[in-house]
Design a protein around this ligand. Sequence first.
Ligand SMILES: [Zn+2]
Length: 146
Amino acid sequence: MSFSADALRKGGNRNGHGSVARAVVDHRLERRALINEYRRGRLARDQLCDAHPELIRAAKNVGAPSSVTCPICEVVKLVLVTYVFGPRLPAHGRCVTTKADLAQFEGRTDDLDAYVVEACVNCRWHHLLRVLPLGGKPAPPAAALT
Ligand SMILES: [Zn+2]
């Protein structure tokens, strides 16, 4: 299984990427629904805790600690990892670790998407929290000197 934007989404939730207006897509409601299903015993832990090894590695190495305890194992705090996807970036995205990196992507003319994912390095729960549009800046006007 190769790592891609799809690896960050739960199966069956592939709403046409790029088909809607570029706006922040928030997945918190879906997160709550998944956790409720788990607590009711309708979803098994291995259906939820299946983070791609690449995501877990990024979470361990470059993830930003959060103050939120993992909703599934309730043992450790979740870690946030941000990936940027878009033209001229690797298919597996670019893992962004600093605000300066993010600012650099924001200044690009390409339409990019930042995927903010939470991950648990203990039980491998992961959830795509938000997709934020990045970049898409108009190209600087060509010098109109005559
Ligand atoms: Zn956990």
